[in-house]
Design a protein around this ligand. Structure first.
Ligand code: BTN
Length: 252
């Protein structure tokens, strides 16, 4: 008899938990270079690729993304939004879904740091990478679940954390994966129908940079908010600026 360990993310453990549209088909490999490369171009919307280990995981802005085998959720979801829709908004839609799902799991407030980070106790516990190609968008999701402190990257630009380093609990990853996909499906549907307004209540109330001292391209200022077009508004010495893309650092 095949005995599946509790914390496996292999299909035989996860399939029964995936009750919505997302996660079908479920492409699983124990190890891969990057889940962003695993889905075929003609995959249907909702297809998910997941690996327990990535040998060349990537983050935004040309960075790498690494985690010891079996400790994190490393997944890529294929979406087919209408061509005219802004792909950058999908990072916020997905980040909000991940924040909501983690919040349900840890019972602590979880925030979204514009444009793609998920923050718990001022540490980055998850990141989103939305890449468009050939009419599809592959939304990569990396969640630090069970890493110990010394298993997190020490060269990260935003201080990293895991759910484990925040509350000392080692978790089964499968229910968290299922919750992320469930929240993502409902947020994506709301976004398809109403744009960012569809998720704005949840996103706006989780806006990590709002009211914080920030630095933008060497200038200091105060974070104002994520606006309803997905930009981040900053106040630089009394002058308000809308940032469309890139990265905003915060003062600890
Ligand atoms: C970031 O914060 O810079 C985005 C990180 C995205 C990481 C995930 S892990 C699963 C998927 N595969 C990758 O190679 N990257 C994304």
């Amino acid at each position: 008899m095949l005995v599946t360990p509790l914390d496996s993310l292999a299909p035989e453990r996860v399939a029964e938990l995936l009750t919505g549209r997302f996660g079908h088909p479920y492409v699983y490999e124990a190890s891969c270079e990057s889940t962003q490369e695993l889905l075929a171009e003609d995959s249907p919307e909702g297809a998910l690729a997941l690996c327990d280990e990535q040998t060349a995981g990537r983050g935004r802005l040309g960075r790498s993304w690494s985690a010891p085998p079996g400790r994190a959720i490393l997944a890529s979801l294929l979406l087919r939004p209408p061509a005219e829709r802004a792909v950058s908004e999908l990072s916020l839609v997905a980040g909000t879904a991940v924040a909501e799902a983690i919040e349900g799991e840890v019972g602590l407030a979880v925030q979204v740091k514009w444009p793609n980070d998920v923050m718990l106790n001022r540490r980055k516990v998850a990141g989103i990478l939305a890449e468009a190609s050939g009419g599809a968008v592959v939304v990569g999701i990396g969640v630090n679940v069970n890493q110990e402190r010394d298993e997190l990257p020490d060269d990260a630009n935003v201080p990293p954390g895991s759910l484990y380093t925040s509350d000392g609990i080692k978790r089964d990853r499968a229910p968290l994966l299922a919750a992320i996909l469930e929240r993502l499906e409902s947020n994506y549907d709301a976004w398809l129908e109403r744009g960012l307004d569809g998720v704005y209540d949840s996103l706006g109330s989780r806006d990590f940079l709002r009211g914080r001292r920030i630095a933008l391209d060497g200038e200091s200022g105060i974070g104002v908010k994520i606006d309803r077009d997905g930009r981040f508004l900053v106040d630089l010495g009394g002058e308000q600026r809308a940032v469309e893309s890139g990265e905003i650092l915060f003062e600890r």
